[in-house]
Design a protein around this ligand. Sequence first.
Ligand code: NAP
Length: 331
Amino acid sequence: MSKTILLKNRPAGKPASTDFEIVEQETPVPREGEILLKSLYISVDPYLRGRMRNEKSYIPPFEINQPVESMVVAEVMESKNSNFRKGEFVSGMLKWKELQISHGTGLNRVDLDLAPLPAFLGVLGLTGLTAYLGLEKIGKLKAGETLVVSGAAGAVGSIVGQIGKIKGCMVVGIAGSDEKVDHIENKFGFDRGINYNTTEDMAGAIRQICTDGVDVYFDNVGGEILDAVLQNINKDARIINCGAISLYNETEVPTGPRPEGILIKNTALMQGFLVRDHVKDFGKALQQLAAWLQDGSLEYDETIVDGFEKLPEAFIGLFEGRNVGKMVVKV
Ligand code: NAP
């Protein structure tokens, strides 16, 4: 027998552990063309919250009483598919199952010479790609510009800020605690951090620090923090709408100040970004990320939660800021 985690209810507001159910199922046996995979590390991501709503989006919603899925690093336990050998490590979009069958479609081999296994869910996975490609495709950062990033101590944000420093920019990170601010300034070399939980006037704090205004804003959180950054943008600023975690659990999305006047006045660009639209650029981006890791110009954090059963708890923890860097569950 092996364990699977199902979505039991569509969460109302913030997800709760009762929205998930752990069930035991018979261990599957691979047939011709199939492989048996054992999950080793499973990624929890804020966007999974969107898939828990019964809404049309860029990716279909999860079904009730069916397994949740996300990116997983797994080991091939048995292979009846000539493309895979027993003992190989792969990553791919897989179910929240300890053991599962795959045809091998969409799986990538993991190169352990580059980094340890969980890094392929973070800096060398969709996280690193989102940071790199969001900045490249929309941010178009130039040396000497001012970059602001929110969710700055999180998985994507901490990579974004470091790329900003590599590119020679002034980098300001917005995060939820003094410890996180300290961490991004002292470990990752951000020029400054702002704790949004203890700062009453966010727009004023950004103005005080970004004395030359904001050229690029990499937005991971949306809502009031976006409103505050918009008040400080420069002419031709670029705003990358990567995520809006501050709104993901809202049952009614609050309205804020209208941004059109600010965008017109500054001839600014505000554009949504989906990493999945840039698959053709993944190879080149991963090469650059791996090169930076190897020459020491890029570092990364992981918050590794131990135990398959902790997946729901780790996922919920993203909405409470319980992670620094990439949140991953070790099975
Ligand atoms: P993450 O930043 O590692 O984790 C989420 C963080 O969000 C938490 O640690 C918490 O940090 C912060 N947070 C939670 N609730 C918040 C709130 N109400 N207001 C402000 N901050 C809040 O997650 P990630 O994987 O790197 O993802 C970051 C964002 O990018 C998410 O919005 C995600 O959906 C998005 N994303 C988009 C794409 C794409 O293709 N568009 C791909 C990957 C990720 P604090 O302690 O600082 O609050």
